[in-house]
Write a protein that binds this ligand. Structure first.
Ligand code: COA
Length: 321
């Protein structure tokens, strides 16, 4: 038994924040942002929109695309680092929205790698017969933990959600998932506060994303190179057999480095970073949905998804779409 992506959907909040607007907020320029990151605009949730709101829209679109209804869903896993509340988790909040009750529902908190971690878990449940219609989501409102006075981070991130429906299949589907993490790098990209570790008077860091971008960049490139090599080697695949690279949309230069390693022309790499910015756990399913809906990715294509995020965490998935 294998699992396959039966449907996909995504959602971006309506509000668009352009580089030109950021120029009025912090000491930056459109030219600097575009040349260093490739980002031109990003979507930002309205004040009354939460991660669950974004996830719900993406999930509804994925269910419609798969031809299933909420009543068919028997497993929900959400990759997110920006849940609405500490608990109930976003999966349980979605059960309420869809009026479905009883199936397992939980979230995984691995920053930008959240979707691929979630996909890997759902794949194992479907393959082992533990789920027949799994809803897998990556959804974030990173704008809520962005310091809008910090030019080194606020130009990078955006909000959004992407979702897939996984169902059993006789042929793969999800061919393999490869996950990894290394907590040694915890201080290169992090948010210093949560529920157990709270802000104290005199603390200098705010409850926002902290990043040493230059160092993150170097580890990301190296890790992703190793990750794609590992994914190809473990599947005895030649790099030229991959039809599409669907990378985490962190930064154009990081994506180009991975594409170069795979010897892939950039027109075989799905790029949404220009319009979406870095939407963390939502970035890979958003990119995948974009290329499926515009007709670039077709059924039967061989896809390599990869991601890298705070922790550090990373993950890849080889998929016959
Ligand atoms: N506008 C203008 N200048 C900025 C700026 C901005 N938005 N942000 C930083 N700078 C300045 C810095 O202050 C620094 O100035 P200085 O030389 O006077 O000290 C200069 O630009 C260079 O900073 P540096 O951090 O070395 O730039 P960089 O070329 O490494 O680009 C990033 C910065 C963040 C774009 C880049 O490091 C990056 O993309 N890193 C990976 C981040 C990432 O992907 N994180 C998520 C992983 S999931």
């Amino acid at each position: 038994m294998y699992s396959r992506i039966a449907g996909i959907g995504s959602y971006l909040p309506e509000r668009v924040l352009t580089n030109a607007e950021l120029e009025t907020m912090v000491d930056t320029t459109d030219e600097w942002i575009r040349s260093r990151t490739g980002i031109e605009r990003r979507h930002i949730a309205n004040d009354d929109q939460t991660t669950t709101d974004l996830a719900e829209q993406a999930a509804r679109r994925a269910m419609e695309n798969a031809g299933v209804t909420p009543a068919d869903i028997d497993f929900i896993v959400v990759g997110t680092t920006t849940p609405d509340v500490v608990f109930p988790n976003v999966g349980c909040l979605l059960q309420q929205r869809f009026d479905i009750h009883g199936c397992p529902a939980f979230s995984v908190e691995t920053a930008c790698s959240g979707f691929i971690y979630a996909l890997s878990i759902a794949d194992r449940y479907v393959v082992s017969g533990g789920a027949k219609c799994a809803l897998v989501i990556g959804a974030e409102t990173l704008s809520r933990m962005t310091d809008w006075n910090d030019r080194a981070t606020c130009v990078i991130f955006g909000d959004g959600a992407g979702a897939v429906i996984l169902q059993p299949a006789d042929e793969p589907g999800i061919i393999s998932c490869h996950l990894g993490a290394d907590g040694r790098y915890h201080d290169l990209l992090y948010n210093p506060y949560g529920t157990s570790k709270q802000r104290k008077p005199g603390d200098t860091e705010g409850p926002y994303i902290q990043m040493r971008g230059n160092e993150v960049f170097k580890v990301a490139v190296k890790t992703l190179e190793n990750l794609v090599d590992q994914t190809l080697a473990e599947n005895h695949l030649d790099k030229h057999e991959i039809d599409w690279l669907v990378p985490h949309q962190a930064n154009t230069r990081i994506i180009q480095a991975t594409a170069k390693r795979l010897d892939m022309p950039m027109d075989k790499v799905v790029m949404t970073v220009r319009e979406h910015g870095n939407t963390s756990a939502a970035s890979v399913p958003l990119a995948l949905d974009t290329a499926v809906r515009d007709g670039r990715i077709q059924r039967g294509d061989l896809l390599l998804l990869e991601t890298f995020g705070g922790g550090f965490t990373w993950g890849s998935s080889l998929i016959r779409f």
